[in-house]
Design a protein around this ligand. Structure first.
Ligand SMILES: [Zn+2]
Length: 460
């Protein structure tokens, strides 16, 4: 689907859904969607919608939801899942163990890891994914990710990420994998010019995404913000992930992480932070006022023992919050439905007596973060809900699966609270991505074999 242009795909009707969840507040029994050329024209009961279309799909027994949105990830890390030296470490030790391995990646690693990570996301309900790639060794480029994403068929927000503060200047990464600021900014311009689609219905957008305060110079942070605003693209970075990072910022800049980024122009409706775990109440209030967003990554925060993000506080303050699987070496999974469940469970713990305050996250609240919240974080008004005028991005889950046995009392909550499953079907812009639990455009067996070969070669 070419963004911004009318693509003649004809009409699509899906009907007889057991429950269709619009995320606009309606849960429609015997639900249906009628779409034309990739856009939703009508949502309602099967009886209320047209009786036929160019393509008609019977979704009896299925729960239908808007496609899930992933707002933070590192697809290349699928190559370094469960590396022994990085299994039981906090963030800084974990990074130091993995940097030398990542430094050996080639364009093939980046391309194949992109396909595999997006494939796993698609099979677990994702229809729009953001990826934060911040190191580009051995000639690898954003173009390799664009190529790797193509066969999966998700909407892809790719980043031109960066690292410029090496060990010899007080940063965390080895000097060998940081780049010159001048060439970073030049490549940012090239990538935005080549791939960014600003229109509604975009399949590819570009985000400028320096890695973090401890891997990027303050000058480059500021210059990246200026360039992003000049080119009208959004920007993203890791922030306030761990106590180590807070100590780094206070020692080096005499500012807490959020204060430091505010000083550099990194707040507002065009900015979102990954993690935002160690954030003070007054900083949450300012983030809400400024319109800054957060990618909440519960599994990664548990895996690295980073801490509990104050999600209840963010939602109360009006901070845009989306969900991110992060990783895949700090999650070891790219399953987005599983992450929805993790967010529910971790946020229950976060407001337990003696731990924190706020209302319990509900199953529907967790789905809201994963759909409407994710769309808001990525700055999109065309996805996240099922309504006329929205993109035809939706997923269908078979409620007859064993994981849901006995959950007949509330099938919608069951999607979150029962054991996480994959999706049975999904569509992006009216095009089929998953059909009968298989990806339409990818041979998974061959892909996994190639990916494992590349992963083995990387560790030498
Ligand atoms: Zn991350």
């Amino acid at each position: 689907m070419a963004a911004g242009s009318v693509v003649r795909m004809g009409t699509l009707l899906v009907r007889h859904a057991r429950v269709l969840v619009t995320m606009d507040g309606a849960e429609i029994e015997d639900g249906a969607i009628f779409a034309r050329d990739g856009w939703i024209e009508a949502v309602g009961t099967t009886a209320d919608l047209p009786a036929g279309a160019d393509e008609t799909v019977d979704l009896s027994g299925h729960i239908v939801l808007p496609g899930l949105v992933n707002t933070h990830h590192h697809l290349y890390q699928t190559l370094t899942r469960v590396v022994p030296g990085a299994q039981d470490a906090g963030l800084f030790k974990w990074l130091r163990a993995l940097y030398p391995i990542w430094a050996r990646m080639t364009p093939d690693h980046v391309r194949v890891a992109t396909t595999i990570g997006l494939a796993e996301l698609a099979l677990s309900g994702c229809t729009t994914a953001f990826d934060h790639q911040y190191l580009w060794p051995n000639g690898s480029r954003v173009d390799d990710q664009i190529e790797g994403a193509e066969p999966v068929g998700l909407r892809f927000h790719v980043s031109r990420g960066s690292m410029s503060l090496g060990e010899s200047d007080g940063g965390l990464p080895p000097d060998s994998i940081v780049e010159e600021p001048g060439s970073i900014l030049e490549d940012c311009q090239r990538v935005v010019g080549s791939y960014h689609q600003p229109q509604r219905g975009a399949t590819t957008r570009v985000v400028l995404a320096p890695c973090s305060p401890f891997t990027v110079t303050t000058d480059l942070m500021r210059e990246t913000a200026d360039l992003a605003r000049e080119m009208d693209v959004t920007m993203h970075t890791h922030l306030a992930e761990t106590a180590d990072e807070e100590e780094f910022c206070v020692t080096r800049f005499a500012r807490r992480p959020v204060e430091h980024m505010e000083d550099l122009g990194w707040s507002g409706p065009d900015v979102w932070y990954a993690h935002a775990v160690h954030v003070a109440p007054d900083e949450i209030t300012r983030m809400g006022r400024a319109g800054t967003g957060v990618a909440h990554c519960p599994t990664s925060n548990m895996r690295l023992a980073s801490g509990l993000a104050p999600v209840a506080g963010y939602l109360e303050a009006g901070v845009r919050v989306g969900l991110g699987v992060d990783g895949s070496a700090s999650n070891d999974s790219s399953n987005l439905l599983a992450e929805v469940r993790q967010s529910l469970l971790l946020n229950r713990l976060a407001v337990a007596p003696g731990v924190g305050e706020g209302p319990q996250m509900t199953a529907r609240g967790a789905l809201m973060v994963a759909t409407v919240g994710g769309a808001a974080v990525l700055g999109r008004d065309d996805i996240g809900r099922l309504a006329p005028g929205m993109a035809a991005d939706f997923i269908a889950i078979d409620f007859e699966r064993i994981e849901f046995a006995g959950a007949v009392h509330d099938p919608v909550a069951a999607v979150v609270m029962c054991s996480p499953v994959g999706v049975d079907h999904s569509w992006v812009g009216g095009r089929r991505v998953v059909e009968d639990r298989q990806l339409a455009g990818v041979d998974i067996g061959a892909l996994v074999a190639e990916h494992n070969q590349l992963a083995r070669a990387l560790l030498g």
